[in-house]
Design a protein around this ligand. Sequence first.
Ligand code: PLP
Length: 412
Amino acid sequence: MKLSHQFARNAFMRTSRVQCTESLYSPLWKRSYSIKPISKTAELPGVDPSKLEITKTSTPKELTPNDQLIFGKTFTDHMLSIEWTASDGWLTPRIIPYQNLSLDPATCVFHYAFECFEGMKAYKDKDGKIRLFRPDKNMERLNKSSSRIALPTIDGEGLTKLIAEFTKLESRFIPKEKGYSLYLRPTMIGTQRTIGVGPPGSALLFVIASPVGPYYPTGFKAVSLEATDYAVRAWPGGVGDKKLGANYAPCIVPQQEAASRGFQQNLWLFGEEEYVTEVGTMNLFMAIKNKETGQKELLTAPLDGTILEGVTRDSVLSLARERLIPEGWAVSERKVRMSELAEASAEGRLLEVFGSGTAAIVSPVRKISYKGQLVDCGLKEHEEAGDVALRMKNWIEGIQYGEEQHEWSYLV
Ligand SMILES: *Cc1c(COP(=O)(O)O)cnc(C)c1O
């Protein structure tokens, strides 16, 4: 066995003894092939927010004027950084000046894509207090992603506290106006120096932050989509339902293809049935009038492995169940064929379609190009957003900016 393999195997044995013994020594027919997260934090030191060390920058950046903020282009003064090793668990959390990483070219992240990430935001309310939105959901998802690629899990509450401290330190970068926020990008990478394929014996979790303006600075602008039937983003049993970096690079070419024909985004279809799954990197909602009963239905694809478990998706569903069902709506997570959507549109029953995600909250859709025809998504010519999308945006924003008291808002 090559040294690197030996090292990786030893690291693996140290961190996941139970699972290893099981798979190495139990007879084949007894082995379980289901993927269970290997809890590496159970035996090793977890992250300890009380140990946070802060090194402030000596060269604070100039703030970018609000009207010049571009998503993901400018970053704050500092970054949160926590290292992990298979032998010592999570090490001292640090906030340090924003800086380059220095990694050996053999580091496993560069070769086998040991990388996962999260996307969340910090908001400033009218009293100047900083708020996070459902950070527990992001932490839960981060752990699902990391454990699927043999990276460690982390205590979500501990990491949320550290992120909260980080946002406090970067407070001056968060504009107070509604619609503005600080986009947070927690990222975890495998840092073991080896090109042997195996579980990383070390990892780095870092969080960087980028101030962002409203997604639609001049009000909603409905987008047009191209249904992609020649490429697949995710499939049952795959990893498209995890926020792994490896899932995103392959999506750019289909998006460029759509753009070359004048469509802002592509709509991912799945399988021979052409189920509607997601739009670009957003979940998709459809409001349809039932053919038989005439009841209005808000629909979205179920969590069957072909879509990402969006926090916004979950929030929209929850609010719809609480606030739209009493108005007579039905709300369902079910598979919808592209042909069903086209039929509803042709019969005038397609009320509206919108994407959902942290960046925009909701993103209304005007039309979808499908098999050479244009499926009209129910917006009137002068409209840029449907009624449900508008109300969802207002409800969710109200909670994010603390205008509505809600358990989803985490006061820093
Ligand atoms: C992040 C992401 C979403 C949206 O998730 P939110 O938690 O709502 O921001 C949807 N689809 C994909 C593919 C994503 O990566």
